[in-house]
Design a protein around this ligand. Structure first.
Ligand SMILES: *Cc1c(COP(=O)(O)O)cnc(C)c1O
Length: 429
């Protein structure tokens, strides 16, 4: 952990400079989400390299993290597929050029029209529940030749803290997702009897993990389960989907995951468990969202109001409707006052939005440099589950999204909502 003399964390720097941001904000009024094409592409390539040992490897980007056409197309250029979980996400993937095997459909509590569209597009369906087998058959008329099932081992899932990373703890037993172990065996048999020929196995056991051991541990569980399932049912298992959950360091003192070490850890489990069982041709899939986009997006906002009561408040022109994670989860998002990176963090502020909700705070008791009216603030790591969780509470409008291209130019990739958008669904008479 490295602190500067000032108490600030010099290690967490925005991917834009003050000069760049001045030019960008002259074209696009704040607030907006800004994405870093270079960072996105480089990271996608690192992920691909980490799993290059597995010939069938593919990342299906979790569309819900950043459902923006320019971003999805960029990831498609990097070889990614799309992981969808709703009707409109399927439509979006289709419109962005993903087709058939490029689309994974991992839904739950699924409405019939979603299975219908997934089947029509030729997406790979990842079933969340045993009862969905009959529901899918009745809805689309048959069971697809290739089908996947989501596993929930129940109980608690934990990895102790190690030199490699932080402790991971989650409680799959409380999660609504997936088949039990016994249901998997019964489900694979039933699906095969109904015509399925090729099978996949999926699980998502912990979110935002900062540990190089998460994927390898999960892979160990899934590989072992796949070997057992093949022995019990004789089913042809073609792929294992490690899903999402590889995290990012939101806090400056946290260490980032080493994706090469993660890929190598999964490879070791593969050699240890699948290869000896004669399953050395199984493809590995991932459905990362946060890891793919989180650090490569930020929310750019301007300081507009200063309030001195029982605390010191800085009001900004963004609010929780633009970034819900701090209000919803108490999530930490690092803030840089752009151009004051080297100034001492000697002022304690609550950084607030304008919603009539006291939890509309991007930061509470945060030590920052002294902020002046008009200062630009970068709220870090909003590239995933940032814009996409936005909402219209208090009649607030969703912001624009801007792409910073590799050559330093910018492109508007989503316009800001207007009042007309807000009123467009209202019925006045
Ligand atoms: C949300 C989600 C993901 C992506 O999760 P991240 O934490 O963003 O990596 C992947 N798969 C499924 C089924 C999901 O619901």
């Amino acid at each position: 952990m490295i602190f500067s003399e000032s108490g600030c964390f010099p290690l967490k720097k925005p991917f834009v400079t003050l000069e760049q941001l001045r030019a960008i904000t002259a074209r696009y009024p704040t607030p907006f989400h800004l994405y870093d094409e270079k960072g996105i592409r480089e990271n996608a390539r690192k992920l691909k390299a980490a799993f290059a040992w597995n010939p069938g490897y593919r990342e299906y980007f979790a569309v819900k993290a950043t459902p923006t056409p320019a971003i999805l197309k960029l990831l498609r250029e990097e070889g990614c597929g799309a992981d969808c979980s709703s009707l409109t996400e399927l439509m979006l993937a289709d419109r962005c050029g993903f087709s058939g095997a490029d689309i994974m459909f991992s839904s739950n509590d699924t409405p019939p029209e979603e299975f219908q569209l997934a089947a029509r597009l030729g997406a790979t369906i990842n079933l969340d529940d045993f009862t969905h087998i009959d529901f899918l058959k009745d809805t689309i008329g048959a069971i697809p030749e290739t089908i996947s099932c989501r596993y929930n081992p129940g109980g608690t899932f934990s990895i102790g803290a190690s030199e490699e990373g932080f402790q991971v703890m989650d409680t799959p037993g409380d999660a609504k997702y997936g088949f039990t172990r016994a249901q998997l065996t019964e489900g694979f048999r039933k699906l095969r009897a109904l015509g399925a020929k090729h099978f996949g196995l999926h699980a998502f056991l912990a979110s935002n993990t900062l540990s190089n051991a998460y994927y390898p541990t999960l892979a160990g569980i899934l590989f072992q389960t796949a070997v057992e399932l093949r022995e019990e049912t004789g089913c042809d298992i073609r792929f294992i989907n490690l899903s999402g959950g590889v995290g990012i360091p939101y806090r400056p003192e946290q260490r980032e995951n080493d994706i090469a070490a993660i890929g190598e850890g999964v490879r070791r489990k593969y050699e240890e468990i699948l290869v000896p069982a004669g399953m050395g041709d199984v493809a590995i899939f991932t459905e990362l969202g946060r890891f793919m986009l989180g650090p490569y997006g930020c929310l750019v906002t301007k300081a507009t109001h200063f309030k001195h009561t029982y605390k010191e408040y800085v009001g900004v022109d963004a609010c929780a409707a633009n970034l819900m994670r701090p209000a919803m989860y108490g999530a930490y998002h690092h803030i840089t006052v752009v151009g004051k990176e080297d100034a001492p963090c000697d002022h304690k502020y609550d950084v607030t939005g304008s919603l009539c909700e006291n939890n509309d705070k991007f930061a509470v008791d945060r030590m920052l440099p002294e902020i002046q009216s008009g200062d630009l603030l970068v709220i870090h790591d909003t590239g995933a589950h940032g814009f996409s969780m936005g909402y219209n509470y208090n009649g607030k409008l969703r912001s624009a999204e801007v792409l910073l291209r590799e050559d330093g130019s910018t492109r508007l990739i989503r316009r800001a909502e207007t009042p007309e958008d807000y009123f467009s669904t209202m019925i006045f008479d």
